[in-house]
Write a protein that binds this ligand. Structure first.
Ligand SMILES: [Zn+2]
Length: 120
């Protein structure tokens, strides 16, 4: 039986840059000119926030059975999850996957989600 992605939450220093735990790539904000730019390494499964996926890997699409769906169908799928994109990405079962969930404090309550997994 496969297990679900392991979660780590950032709630206090939620703004700290997230790096891949397997190769050290800084996946967001590495470009000083454009802090919103994403640098996905081969281990990156997904990068998302509460309203959208910023990046989805083929491994993620295969694991969550999204490959055959349109972008609209994918959005409908995670939107229908009771915990939105956060809960949806908790259902990843890629072996030894790790998720970092960074929550900005209330009243913003804005979440960013980063998923990684080693390559077998
Ligand atoms: Zn990596």
């Amino acid at each position: 039986m496969s297990s679900f992605i392991q979660r780590t939450e950032l709630k206090t220093v939620y703004y700290t840059p997230v790096h891949c735990p397997f190769c050290g790539t800084r996946v967001m904000g590495a470009d000083a000119e454009d802090e919103t730019r994403i640098t996905a390494c081969p281990h990156t499964l997904f990068i998302a926030h509460d309203t959208a996926f910023e990046y989805r890997s083929e491994r993620l699409d295969n694991n969550l059975e999204l490959s055959a769906l349109s972008e609209l169908e994918i959005e409908q799928k995670w939107s229908a999850h009771r915990n939105g994109i956060d809960g949806f990405t908790d259902e990843v079962t890629v072996p030894d996957a790790i998720k970092v969930a960074a929550y900005a404090p209330a009243p913003s309550a804005y979440g960013s989600y980063y998923g990684f997994a080693p390559i077998a």
